[in-house]
Write a protein that binds this ligand. Sequence first.
Ligand code: C2E
Ligand code: MG
Ligand code: MG
Length: 583
Amino acid sequence: MSASGATNGEPLILVVDDDPATRLMLRRALERDGYRVEEADDGAAALERYERIGPDLILMDAVMPGVDGFTACARLQRLPQGHLTPVLIITGLDDEESVNRAFESGASDYIQKPIRWAVLRRRVRRMLTESRAERHVNHLAYHDALTDLPNRRLFADQLEQRTDLARRKGQPLALLFLDLDRFKLVNDSLGHEMGDLLIQSVAQRLSGAVRKSDIVGRLGGDEFTVIVEGVTSAQDAALIAQKLIDTLSEPFTLDSREIFVTASVGIALYPFDGDQSGTLLKNADTAMYRAKERGRNGYQFYTAEMSARAMERLALENNLRRALERDELLLHYQPQVRLDSGDLIGLEALVRWNHPDLGLVPPGEFIPLAEETGLIVPVGEWVLRQACRQARAWREAGRETLRVAVNLSGRQLRQQNLVEVIRQILEESDLPPGGLELELTESSIMHKDKLTISTLWALHEMGIRLSIDDFGTGYSNLGYLKRFPIDTLKIDRSFVRDITADPDDAAITTAIIAMAHNLKIDVVAEGVETEEQKAFLRERGCDAIQGFLIGRPMPAESWPGAPGAPGGSASAPVHGRAGTRGR
Ligand code: C2E
Ligand code: MG
Ligand code: MG
């Protein structure tokens, strides 16, 4: 990267001038003195070249079209190592102001046009010598003399920079703190020279075991630290820690003697174990001590379980965000059938995530997270739009009264513009509001805040049907249902499961059906899996059922009337027209 030119061969000088003739003359003069020369024709090009070739010195014209010399010089100071590369400004302007500007922008010196070649050559030589000395001192100040790794000071700087970057990118970062086990024993028994040799070999192995972009530092003694970027799970960090431990497990041959060492590693993860570099370092250190306590030769997370879970969630969240963009979400539909006629009255849309690695992820694994992070709003909108389009397609295929039911989370219900969003989606898909049913949970409408109540009424007045999902698992308070415009109540499948065996569940279910009918509310039983359950429910007057007995959630193509579905009935579990119970 930059500022490396000095290390291989003759000093490399970047000549920046918009005038090709001046560049040519400078090139001649400098090459005659044995320097290597590269050119750029304005400030922007100069910065771009700088990053690629890492010159030892820059000769920069002050006045150029585009990015001028002063500006380029000022920007250079902000690039990595940029301040270590001397800039000689060539100015045609001998006024005091431009001289001041040159120094203010970070230039090391200036020279005036017309160029006096002898002065130029002397100045270039002096600047190169000074800068080499400066770089050497700089290197010594920031590197460990024994291993040449970044020392505590540089490492702390780097850690701070990388944490800032991780914060901006919203990405995690792992800090590994490694300490050799019983190093003191080596020092005491074999002498300090052997100890030093061992530290050097350890440094080499560690550097060789990580990626080039990872940073290995030596804090002192037998303590090493590693910054690992781009970890996507706690597992990633653990693998790297294990790799470091493994790489030290081969014996070291020092002075024709075999030495065995082991190491303990502590892991702290940004942002879970600290969002400041100092905290991370402290926590990685603490974790390392815990690894020692646990018997050495192993690694420990600062907060094991919590970090692992938090990391997985962060990864899932990032992936889910992308899932929307990459079209990885899809809907399955599950039929609802009337018990008296056997008519198919509607289909519930159930979202799935077709994850590239994990396959079809069920909603239970990402909807709660989407609710917490607010991602449910765009996800829910996508579901609504998709489901309404599908309902429209079914209608066009002759299923005029088929309804689509869409689950709405509490967070969506408290969204200011929900009514507007839904109105728009219905319009777009040309679906009459009666073709849409929204499934709400008891807890989301129990909020009873003004917004929720007015939203519910607005949706109802539009002609959209509202149902209470998973009824019986929450407050199960039928009284409050009176105050809301509810059309349907879905008895949770946990009651349905045992209705034929458990008298309590049978009694509750019977009571729910009777009370709902009193309030002119339809009842749908969820999770019906057996004929016995179906018979029981029919006997108690339940209006409709949904469950594996009738059909599992399936892609739209599997259901009747769907465009592309063979005959629209071959795969259909039920036929006939839908009928609804009036309110
Ligand atoms: P839910 O709304 O109560 O949906 C019914 C769930 O029960 C579905 O699980 C369905 O596959 C399952 N199920 C249906 N019949 C049977 C049966 O006979 N036996 C058994 N054991 N299970 C049955 P799924 O698809 O995993 O969905 C789970 C929950 O995720 C849904 O429960 C709903 O609360 C939520 N969900 C699904 N899609 C969405 C969505 O688009 N938005 C929101 N906010 N939530 C969604
Ligand atoms: Mg539902
Ligand atoms: Mg349900």
